[in-house]
Design a protein around this ligand. Structure first.
Ligand SMILES: *[C@@H]1O[C@H](CO)[C@@H](O)[C@H](O)[C@H]1NC(C)=O
Ligand SMILES: *[C@@H]1O[C@H](CO)[C@@H](O)[C@H](O)[C@H]1NC(C)=O
Ligand SMILES: *[C@@H]1O[C@H](CO)[C@@H](O)[C@H](O)[C@H]1NC(C)=O
Ligand SMILES: *[C@@H]1O[C@H](CO)[C@@H](O)[C@H](O)[C@H]1NC(C)=O
Ligand SMILES: *[C@@H]1O[C@H](CO)[C@@H](O)[C@H](O)[C@H]1NC(C)=O
Ligand SMILES: CC(=O)N[C@H]1CO[C@H](CO)[C@@H](O)[C@@H]1O
Length: 601
């Protein structure tokens, strides 16, 4: 069945690129003309921001007239101005390798080069040529919802002291090209694959890729299987109600080696292994930034280019349904909302899985129509789900890959919209937000406050639980967690984290992964047991934990030990700068808030 699907997908995409066609040689004249235009625009004496915008005006015109010209122009300019090592990523070839030229052309044809699109493109891609501008989302946003209910329906629901368990898996990044013995200490990504070289020692491998995984490399097949076998062994003792997979199945292989077929095979393999090891346990997945092709690209309906990505939503949602993780109606939903869907679990919790590529910074489609809070429609869809839940007193968990804060590699505009939604519906509707992406074991607190740098305990409304990765990249021990959840309020009462010390498997004849219990968040982050036993690990709990990480050196180290699961590369964080960075990432709900927080003395 898979082969057939791949053929169908390859067939349609191939036909499409053939129709768009490569530029002919006679375009050489046009290329030369554009190059001279670019040169004169760059040489103009106006300020950097205007120069950058003028270039975008040219790009926008060209992309509308002849989009096929954009990829060869990008390659030529990239080589001339030395933008990247590998300028071939701008090619218009979306099958054999992950080239994005056509997608940049698509986006260039859509942007408003002189407005907020141009400003923020020049800010982000143009080395701060223009200053960042937050678009004005009001009155759009507040028109999406009325005031918060005085007496929310869910307020009447009281805990009865019973719990159930939920599995959280994240960031598998299977590398089907992983090769035991290949160079793990390579100069140029990807390491541990046949082509990896260390330039100082091209003929002799410096650090051989290990059988079960290596700190600087993605997940070999066997590591995925052994990890899931461990999850399954725990599941037989502490049964899970359901599992959440917060995305990223494809390896960090560079565009040179990524292909559509490798993407499809990796997605298939990850879903298949979860099904094989976890049986009837429903898993609610979400797409990561790597789970697309070319890397991180995903177009909104309103762009007119969404069809180029339908292969992915169609393939995945069909598999989720085949594996009985979602039903037919939800499959239909997922196909129409870029893989996002909502399900009600057997215990009555509403789980909403949301495609985070619409706020990820490397998706080019996030840089047009920036003034529109919702070009994709997913935020309206989400808000309608939340309003309905508010009305019926249903509790919701949000599941997405890229956190709105975290490592701050999302776009400030999309994350600000989501932050406002989360704050509006927390804590009375949204009981938890689950993310992945950073590979670290992290969390964040959302505040209902405009005072970004010093939010108070009373302002804390919601928590981002950022799940640790299976992949050891970069320098983590493979790990996963499960939550114990109140059966009535659906608040998280504790998290239980497992890890496997990968270095113990290095250079031994019969390597074996030993899985160990790492920690419980309740015990680790409230060592004096001040927090009442029957209180959930809600935003108030985590607000206090942040305070201890800042003030107490010992607690801070516990956090960092757990952050990388005690890998040999565990960080020590004792400088003011490091502590500030840590704190801002924890309390900054969005990319913009983190930046504002870092700027404060
Ligand atoms: C962009 O979004 C605005 C809403 O802010 C909308 O009115 C407009 O039509 C959109 N522009 C394009 C080019 O689609
Ligand atoms: C996107 O377009 C499809 C096909 O026209 C439609 O069925 C779907 O509802 C749209 N999705 C959103 C989120 O607007
Ligand atoms: C933010 O909080 C700090 C510390 O409590 C306070 O000094 C400052 O005035 C507050 N700013 C605003 C805008 O409320
Ligand atoms: C967290 O739980 C405590 C104890 O039940 C409660 O006092 C506090 O208001 C809760 N905080 C939030 C944000 O719900
Ligand atoms: C693995 O790394 C940990 C953390 O640095 C260390 O304590 C342990 O001794 C290491 N094990 C081996 C076999 O090197
Ligand atoms: C790996 C590691 O150091 N984990 C720590 C996480 O927190 C718990 C609770 O303090 C410690 O016991 C673990 O050692």
């Amino acid at each position: 069945m898979l082969n057939k699907l791949i053929q169908v997908v390859l067939g349609t995409v191939g036909l499409q690129s053939a129709l768009l066609g490569p530029p002919s040689l006679s375009n050489e004249l046009q290329l030369g003309w554009v190059e001279s235009q670019v040169e004169s625009l760059l040489g103009a004496s106006n300020d950097e921001c205007s120069r950058c915008k003028n270039l975008l005006v040219l790009g926008n015109k060209l992309a509308k007239l002849n989009p096929a010209l954009i990829p060869p122009i990008l390659i030529r300019l990239c080589e001339k101005y030395n933008w990247k090592d590998d300028c071939e990523v701008y090619r218009d070839d979306t099958l054999a390798r992950g080239a994005v030229g056509r997608h940049i052309a698509n986006v260039l044809s859509l942007i408003d080069p002189r407005g907020v699109d141009g400003t923020n493109i020049c800010w982000h891609f143009g080395n701060d040529a223009c200053e960042f501008e937050m678009p004005q989302f009001e009155p759009h946003l507040s028109s999406w919802w009325g005031p918060r209910p005085e007496e929310p329906k869910s307020a009447g629901v009281k805990s009865e002291g019973t719990t159930f368990n939920v599995l959280h898996l994240s960031d598998i990044h299977i590398d089907l090209r992983y090769m035991e013995g290949a160079e793990a200490d390579c100069n140029r990504y990807m390491c541990c694959v046949p082509e990896s070289v260390n330039q100082n020692s091209p003929d002799k491998v410096v650090e051989p890729a290990q059988k079960l995984g290596t700190y600087h490399c993605d997940t070999p097949q066997i590591l995925l299987e052994k990890s899931l076998a461990h999850v399954s062994s725990i599941a037989s003792r502490v049964p899970f109600d359901f599992g959440v997979f917060t995305g990223d199945m494809i390896s960090h292989d560079t565009d040179r080696f990524l292909s559509l077929s490798l993407t499809l095979q990796s997605e298939h393999e990850c879903y298949y292994q979860m099904k094989k090891h976890l049986g009837d346990l429903p898993i609610y997945p979400t797409f990561g930034n790597h789970d697309s092709y070319p890397y991180a690209q995903m177009a909104q309906n309103s762009s007119g280019f969404a069809r180029e990505f339908e292969w992915n939503t169609d393939l995945s949602s069909r598999m989720w349904r085949d594996y009985k993780w979602i039903n037919e109606e939800q499959e239909e939903q997922a196909r129409h909302t870029y893989g996002s869907f909502a399900v009600t679990t057997k215990s009555g919790l509403r789980v909403i899985s949301l495609d985070s590529n619409f706020w990820y910074e490397e998706n080019y489609y996030n840089y047009w129509n920036i003034s529109n809070p919702d070009p994709s429609g997913i935020f309206r869809w989400l808000t309608n789900e939340l309003l309905q839940a508010e009305e019926t007193g249903t509790k919701v968990w949000l599941v997405a890959h890229v956190p709105t804060g975290g490592d701050a590699d999302a776009v400030p505009w999309g994350t600000e919209v989501l932050r406002q939604i989360i704050v509006r519906f927390s804590p009375h509707v949204i009981a938890a937000n689950l993310f992945g992406h950073t590979h670290a074991d992290q969390f964040g607190v959302y505040y209902d406050s405009s005072n970004v740098s010093s939010p108070t305990e009373a302002d804390a409304v919601s928590v981002a639980w950022i799940g640790q990765s299976i992949t050891p990249i970069d320098k983590y021990n493979p790990a996963w967690r499960y939550y114990s959840v109140d059966s009535k309020t659906f608040e998280i009462m504790d998290s239980h984290n497992y890890y496997s010390p990968l270095n113990e498997t290095y250079n031994v004849a019969e390597p074996k992964l030993e899985w160990k219990y790492l920690y419980s968040a309740r015990k680790a982050y409230d060592p004096d047991r001040e927090w009442p036993d029957d209180a959930p690990l809600n935003a108030t709990f985590w607000h206090r934990a942040v305070k201890t990480f800042v003030d107490d050196k010992k607690q801070r180290q516990v956090f960092f030990d757990n952050f990388s699961r005690l890998s040999p590369y565990t960080r020590v964080c004792n400088t003011d700068e490091c502590i500030k960075q840590m704190r801002c990432q924890m309390v900054g709900g969005t990319v913009d808030e983190i930046k504002l927080c870092l700027r404060r003395p």
